[in-house]
Write a protein that binds this ligand. Structure first.
Ligand SMILES: Nc1ncnc2c1ncn2[C@@H]1O[C@H](COP(=O)(O)OP(=O)(O)O)[C@@H](O)[C@H]1O
Ligand SMILES: [Mg+2]
Length: 365
């Protein structure tokens, strides 16, 4: 049986004057999944979330929640829990009162009410702080309470708009792991907005990468990283090195590309958009992730089928678990991330660098 969709957006467009903010959004969110909307500031993430929440109506298109067309239904009739980046809590109410607010509206009676509040606070590790006011809590604690307040009403759908953006790095890591655990424990279908790619990759069942009001790709975190479908996704997710080259030959299996110091090969499967129209002489861009470039030590036998190039180290930075090495190859800087380190390396060292052709991506310009 096919898993039901909890949310569907069909053909949504939104304009402000001449500014096209959503340019044909189609999206399905599966039951129980944690989906993130990821993209740079201004790409339309909050607008998309607001369509689902009902704070905003699209110029065209429709929104369905659990199969029901809610396009014209106001937010308070949509059964949602929401958490925002800031100002989520009512400042003049205690933690208990903040959680109680939605339950009162829904006419949940005691003792069920107190039981639910206690359980929600326990879930976010805030039990015992019922009497505090938001000003008496740290930023992280406030967002925990905001999450508890969204969950206490047992919503059909949990919507979070950059809830961790105002927290410091350590707390952000901690809380995102907890949101993940919590979401799986309760099983509530969740849409999480972020501009932080690491956050999206670590949290999500699926990631929706957005750019200028459009969806570029919807995939699992690993396939977003390993098989980006557009140049935007490739550049937005993770780091990459790029070179220019010229197509020298195309065969069944690979494309041969000329670079200044020789040739390199690209698997046909790694040509973005396919290679049915690859032309000899065409200028293309080649991309490779920093962790996919290897530096071979002098006493090491390089991998036989790899592309090898002579390069010179220009910088070495120790990052804790890895080394970031910058080398000059063909008058170009290349970033390399490597867990191994050779004590002989120093700025100015001549080294052999290489990569597996299957890790090289090619984009036609
Ligand atoms: N009420 C509004 N009036 C005019 N422009 C808006 C309004 N709300 C959002 N926008 C514009 O729509 C675009 C997308 O906004 P938003 O969805 O908030 O982006 P994101 O959440 O991805 O940062 C931005 O260019 C923003 O300036
Ligand atoms: Mg936003």
């Amino acid at each position: 049986m096919q898993i039901a969709n909890d949310v569907e957006i069909k053909g949504a467009y939104k304009r402000y004057g001449t500014n096209v903010v959503l340019n044909g959004i189609n999206l399905d969110v599966k039951q129980g999944e944690l989906l993130t909307l990821l993209g740079p500031s201004g790409c339309g993430k909050t607008t998309t979330l607001n369509l689902i929440a009902g704070f905003l109506e699209a110029d065209e298109g429709a929104v369905y929640i659990k199969g029901r067309n809610v396009t014209k239904i106001p937010p308070y009739k949509r059964d949602l829990g929401m958490v925002f980046q800031t100002y989520s809590l009512f400042p003049h109410m205690t933690v208990y009162e903040n959680l109680n607010f939605g339950l009162k509206l829904r006419k949940v009676a005691n003792p069920e009410k107190d039981k639910r509040i206690a359980r929600a606070l326990e879930l976010v590790k805030m039990a015992g702080l019922e009497k505090r006011y938001p000003r008496e809590l740290s930023g992280g604690q406030r967002q925990r309470v905001a999450i508890a307040r969204a969950l206490v009403v047992e919503p059909e759908l949990l919507l979070l708009d950059e809830p961790l953006s105002n927290l410091d790095a350590k707390l952000r890591h901690e809380l995102r792991a907890e949101i993940k655990r919590l979401q799986k424990e309760i099983g509530v279908t969740t849409i999480f907005v972020t501009h932080d790619q690491e956050e999206a990759l670590s949290l999500s069942d699926r990631v929706v990468v957005m750019n200028q009001g459009k969806i570029e790709q919807i995939s699992t975190p690993t396939s977003i990283y390993k098989h980006p479908e557009t140049e935007f996704v490739f550049q937005f997710i993770g780091k990459s090195n790029s070179f220019e080259g010229k197509v020298a030959a195309v065969d069944q299996r690979k494309v041969t590309v000329e670079m200044n110091d020789g040739i390199t090969y690209v698997d046909r499967g790694n040509v973005m958009g396919g290679c049915s129209d690859c032309k000899i002489g065409e200028i293309v861009k080649l991309y490779i992730r920093p962790e996919k470039v290897r530096i071979f030590s002098t006493d090491e036998e390089p991998e036989p089928l790899w592309d090898l190039h002579k390069a010179k180290i220009s910088q070495l930075n120790y990052l804790g678990t890895t080394w970031e090495v910058e080398v000059q190859l063909l008058n170009q800087s290349i970033q390399i991330l490597t867990p191994q380190y050779d004590a002989n390396w120093c700025p100015g060292s001549e080294v052999l660098v290489g990569w597996n052709p299957s890790d090289l991506m090619m984009i036609k310009k």
